[in-house]
Write a protein that binds this ligand. Sequence first.
Ligand SMILES: Nc1ncnc2c1ncn2[C@@H]1O[C@H](COP(=O)(O)OP(=O)(O)OP(=O)(O)O)[C@@H](O)[C@H]1O
Length: 304
Amino acid sequence: MNETVQVAGIAKRYGKSTVVKDVSFTLRAGETVALVGHNGAGKTTLIKLMLGLIRPTTGAVRVLGEDPATGDVAVRQRLGYLPESVSFNMALSGRETLRFYARLKRVDATAAEQLFQRVGLAAEAVDRPVRTYSKGMRQRLGLAQALLGAPRILLLDEPTSGLDPALRRNFYDLITELRGKGTTVLLSSHALTELEGRTDRVIIINNGVAIADGTLEDLRRIAQLPTRITVKLSEIDAAPQWANGGMNWRRGADGVLDADILPDRKVRLLHQITADAALISGLTITEPTLDDLYAHFLKAQVTK
Ligand SMILES: Nc1ncnc2c1ncn2[C@@H]1O[C@H](COP(=O)(O)OP(=O)(O)OP(=O)(O)O)[C@@H](O)[C@H]1O
């Protein structure tokens, strides 16, 4: 896969405080990456560094092979950005707003028109002043602005905050479509649950340090957190042999057994359980969530 963004050993200092510390990662074409972290962790600062709005104190950022702060304007045209709080001129209509940004970005304003449909902004709304827009409509307009000029890299800061579930789904559908076309999408978020299954990779930032970087599978493998296995027995008082093996099975009154199983025992145990098909009427496997992994990596960093 083509590398589109390279962040190499960057630090950012403001006066005495270092808000980004020795962060390195690479983003590739067609990859959707989530940047997650608490408030103040350094997510927006990293996005600003990739946009070239601020310079790293040490280290280097390359976007499509160039320094985004000094490189060719063509590189900046290939970068789309949705800020955390989109604020537009309330007196302008959606159409005027998009034309304004198209001129700033030096892209064809007529092509911009198609973006309204793409982001799901109703035709009747585009000529109304932005002041009459709901939060979701403003966010769609913001996204249309970020998509101007068909960027190869999209940097989206908290793009789904304040969106209702239907809009959020639309948003992720659009991201999936862009990913299929080879766009690199980096989105920062606090909403860990909604990111599961929607991003290829997760980078966890804490106090300016990248404490984890990988696919959900990678993070699960590194964290070695247990998987919860829940078995519904066909007969309430059945005593399957696999439930004696010192795994701390909890037995509910309704014939439900559950236990937290470490990764190295999981597959073997599942074989044993499913071989006992007559004894079981249900089986649920609950893998650690991104929330669990996030908590794990934060704790691991604190206790280091
Ligand atoms: N221009 C600045 N001058 C001084 N400190 C700054 C500046 N910009 C950001 N910071 C500090 O850097 C740290 C990281 O801020 P940043 O906005 O990157 O966090 P964030 O992860 O995006 O948080 P949030 O989720 O709240 O947006 C914070 O402690 C913030 O106060």
